[in-house]
Design a protein around this ligand. Sequence first.
Ligand code: ADP
Ligand code: MG
Length: 723
Amino acid sequence: MGKNLSEFPVQYIKGVGPRRAKLFNTLGIKTAEEALYYLPYRYEDRKNIKKISALGYGRLETVIGKVVAAEIIKLPKRNMKLFELTVSDGSGLVKGKWFNQPFLKKNFEVGQEVILSGVVKRNPYRGIGFEFDNPEYEFVTDDGDAFIHTARIVPIYRTTSGLSVRQLRTIMFNLINTCIKDVSDHIPDEILRRNNFPGLTESILNSHFPESGTDTDSLNSGASIYQKRLYFDELFKFELGLSVIKRGKEVEKGIAFSSDGILVKKFIGTLKFKLTSAQQRVFDEIIHDMRKPHPMNRLLQGDVGCGKTVIAVMAMLTAAECGYQAALMAPTEILAGQHYINIHRMIEDMGLKVCLMTGSKNILRGEREALRCDIASGKINIIIGTHALIQEGVEFKNLGLAIIDEQHKFGVMQRALLKKKGSRVQGFKGSKKDIWSPGHLDTLTPDVLVMTATPIPRTLSMTLYGDLDYSVIDELPPGRRPVITRLFNAGQKEYIYRAIAEETKKSRQVYVVYPVIDETEKTNLKSAIIGREALEKIFPKLKVELIHGRLKPQERENVMASFKKGEIDVLVSTTVIEVGVDVPNAAMMLIVHAERFGLSQLHQLRGRVGRGGSQSYCFLLMYEPVSEDAGRRLDMMVKSSDGFKIAEEDLSIRGPGEFFGTRQAGMPDLKLANIIRDARLLDTARKEAFALIDKDAELNSFPELKRGIEMFWKGKIELFKTS
Ligand code: ADP
Ligand code: MG
């Protein structure tokens, strides 16, 4: 047996040692195994050796020749030393120049045979002369295979100060030579064969030091079969973990809701509209889950305005009919308050008790205590709130269903916390036999439904929410007209004001959104407070109000209620109205400094209008200078109202890391694979992983693979509980 690479400290690799080991640590490399998987980010083709006489300016070229001079030149002006090497191959001369590296001289002798690679420049003093700045160099030895830095396809690694690419490359070369024999492949043979993946050893070798026939372009776009094999391994471990988590949830004991749907039928009867077929389908999917004796873990995705709230209400009614409590958690007080007002109105005459639980300081302590008591005793059936719901001290009597609205605003942690408020068994009317078992006497895992309006491309939702089942409302209620979106610059404000005047004349309402509450010298942005004053002057007859995050919750609620009633014509705000706010009579939105907002955010904001039957408008007011990315965002907004297309564009502007931000907390990092570039591979990895877990849930036939995924998911989640 050879070395165990995952425990072999990088320090003991030839050429590393204790000092460089620290530098490797900053690159995220502690072990030999991690070093093997530290892949180049780019490759250069230095294998085609050119005659010096045939060199082309501006191109990356490689030459081979004899050293005819090696000297240090003092540059008097800048007090710098230059090491200059002159090489001849019989067809001509080329110079290599290294600034401030006089120590290099000792490496070279006249007459020695060397290879140089670099971008060819014109020698400014010699007319047609050629030179390289800081070329890569290599000595021609008897051992022709030993070329590392030139005369081959050369890997370029990201490195850190104190460790040059050249040094790192040499170390990698040695590492691979000494360790590759100890690599063992844990991916089941069958899977490798089915997908035509090459072996692990050759994949690692060829991803670092590609064989000479390989196409550099394909390497640089991560498309060589060897690279893909390594990306697959990572995605496969990732998806195996998700699959184990998902399976673990499916076998948890949950509540088998057995409702007749009486309340839901009643509720549908009170609606002024018919459910869309997408809403109907999604509700069927939810009911199907709720009936099972295992907890539901479902993601409901649907673009802004598609009508997720009624679905949430129907699910909550189903839980309530079976004698369970249901909770709906929203990310902001405005939104929770709005849900409360709507839901309360919609269902209170069905004999159910609904309450609002927020962290608002305006609720008296005594009132909050009373609320808590009523929740704990089961007097209240449906609880709507903010994250105050998951705070210490809130106890449910028998929480059977937890719904999280606008999931993207919450973290994975909060999802788990709400779920932990699991219901107690008493007071329970479901199919008792199924779920009653010793060890689960106290709590049952409630069903969980998370809703989001952030349309995530499918491949991404597979990773971000890969442990959840997935439903989508892909249809807007009929009669919705797409919002007309227009882009203006500061010189065109008059037009905007005229449009506002016209809309309000038709008694439609208008939102005006600013990026900041107050003006500050630092940002120099137009602000909501100043904007409101200006608008009041421009429109003396209109009622202009202001809402932002610094208002007291009670004041905010009052403003929102009054806007909803139509008492306010123009509501000036910050992004506090970004999610969920629903005032169908608002038919126009002006976003000031639109260049400052993210694409998803703009789309969310725009979703506040176009909710009624009338044609709505979204005006984007930009202030120059507008960056290239911002320009792309604004163009996309004007071009499309399709949330999925917008999300994809957003993703391609921002890249997956930022797109996810901290939301991805709880998931392991992907170091090699890129879910956009490798979308198809991800799909394959997912299918293979789920199929394998179906066959062998605890991976008993693949102990090494099992250890591998435990390492990969280490600290994130306990995958295999022995019970
Ligand atoms: P979101 O999915 O963005 O949360 P909402 O649930 O707030 O959307 O619904 C947006 C608006 O559409 C609400 O005013 C709601 O009453 C209305 N609505 C929901 N479903 C339908 C439907 N099937 N037909 C017509 N209007 C609907
Ligand atoms: Mg909503």
